[in-house]
Design a protein around this ligand. Structure first.
Ligand code: NAD
Ligand code: DAU
Length: 332
């Protein structure tokens, strides 16, 4: 039995990963999560209590991190401030958690010689033009745009430096936009689904031409498990499922699947510095480690996600009014 430490395990992708791990392995999971506005213990409800230990705390708390690293085999690092719009409003927590927090984990990995897998984003590569045939690869130069993506880029570079300078056993993955259950209502897809459920018109930033490369969170989890099992130390792997869609198409599909008119949405103030397009070439992960995605039908995955939000109003409702008040104050 392996003992995993999962940081940020009460967040969207971390909690999906824990559901995946407990369903597919006999590993024990210790969660380290600060329970910020984005963390929710209810996302881990119903999991077998003898296989999961929950620790509320900060990844930047060195003594706590040391104690936890000493007791596990491997660490998967999801914890982050993750929302671009929040990073434009108040960048400081992004520096504290994404940079100082990751530094703190790297120092513990070095001290206790623990394997660390660092979860990152395709946003470190900046954005692509709509008509550019290129997609991001592991050799695309870093060019982040926002306070969020620049702090994630900084955290990736720290990991690379700790591998090269101190021989830390680490891997990195950069994934595209995730969708699925347990995603906070501040994010694009859950915001629009819960808007429709509340009788509010969906809100599209600017013209809605921006393209995101959607992957189901469970496919992200299986890719991370593959890298944990078979990844080569020091390597970076891009994770994506060929899911490019522009935002307007996604909003229209949500409205359609929820029985509303396809044009029943509003255009609102655009995001400052809004990245135009992300697109992932995941050939390296597929060809060297043999991973492939399971959720190949975006419409079916979106329909199941809509149903999850219909069935779990108790999970999302407490955050909804505050999120909409924040967006309204920004004209969004
Ligand atoms: P999220 O905001 O839903 O969850 C983040 C979790 O981290 C929360 O549970 C929060 O309480 C916790 N956390 C925040 N600061 C902490 C701290 N200082 N110490 C301990 N815990 C802390 O984020 P998410 O969407 O699940 O993203 C998880 C990771 O995946 C992030 O590293 C993000 O950059 C990366 N990522 C996200 C996406 C996406 O589409 N959401 C895509 C690619 C990569
Ligand atoms: O690419 C990976 C990244 O995907 C992750 O690193 C981030 O943690 C994650 O939040 C996500 O970033 P985005 O900024 O792409 O996601 P978001 O859900 O905020 O927005 C998706 C797109 O939808 C983006 O083009 C902005 C737009 N949008 C967003 C909201 C909240 C709208 O048009 N309307 C909205 O109400």
């Amino acid at each position: 039995m392996r003992r995993l430490l999962v940081t940020g395990g009460a967040g969207f992708i971390g909690s999906n990963f824990i559901h995946h791990v407990l369903g597919h392995t006999d590993h024990h999971v210790t969660v380290l999560d600060k329970l910020t506005y984005a963390g929710n213990r209810a996302s881990l409800a119903g999991l077998p209590e003898n296989r999961i230990t929950f620790v509320e705390g900060d990844i930047a708390d060195g003594p706590l991190v040391d104690e936890l690293f000493a007791a596990v085999n491997d660490v998967v690092h999801y914890a982050a401030e993750s929302h671009n719009d929040n990073s434009l409003n108040d960048p400081r927590p992004f520096v504290d958690t994404n940079i100082i927090g990751t530094y703190t984990l790297l120092e513990a990995a070095r001290k206790y010689d623990r394997r660390l897998h660092h979860i990152s984003t395709d946003e470190v590569y900046g954005d692509l033009e709509l008509d550019d045939p290129a997609r991001f690869t592991e050799s695309t130069p870093y060019n982040p745009s926002s306070p969020y993506s620049s702090t994630k880029a900084g955290s990736d570079l720290l990991v690379r430096a700790w591998v090269r300078s101190f021989g830390v056993r680490a891997t990195i993955s950069n994934c595209s936009n995730n969708y699925g259950p347990y995603q906070h209502v501040e994010k694009f897809i859950p915001r629009q689904i819960t808007n429709v459920l509340r009788g509010i018109r969906p809100k599209l930033y600017g013209a809605g031409e921006n393209v995101r490369d959607w992957i189901h969170a469970d496919d992200h989890s299986s890719a991370v498990m593959t890298i944990l099992d078979k990844g080569e130390m020091g390597e970076t792997y891009l994770i994506g499922a060929d899911g490019e869609k522009d935002n307007k198409t996604v909003v229209e599909l949500i409205l359609d699947l929820m029985g509303e008119a396809r044009d029943a949405y509003d255009h609102v103030t655009d995001r400052a510095g809004h990245d135009m397009r992300y697109a992932i070439d995941s050939t390296k992960l597929r060809s060297t480690l043999g991973w492939s995605p399971t959720y190949r039908d975006f419409e079916a995955g979106l329909e199941a996600t809509i149903q999850w939000y219909r069935d779990h109003e108790d999970w999302w409702a407490p955050a909804k009014d505050g999120v909409e008040a924040f967006y309204a104050s920004k004209g969004q």
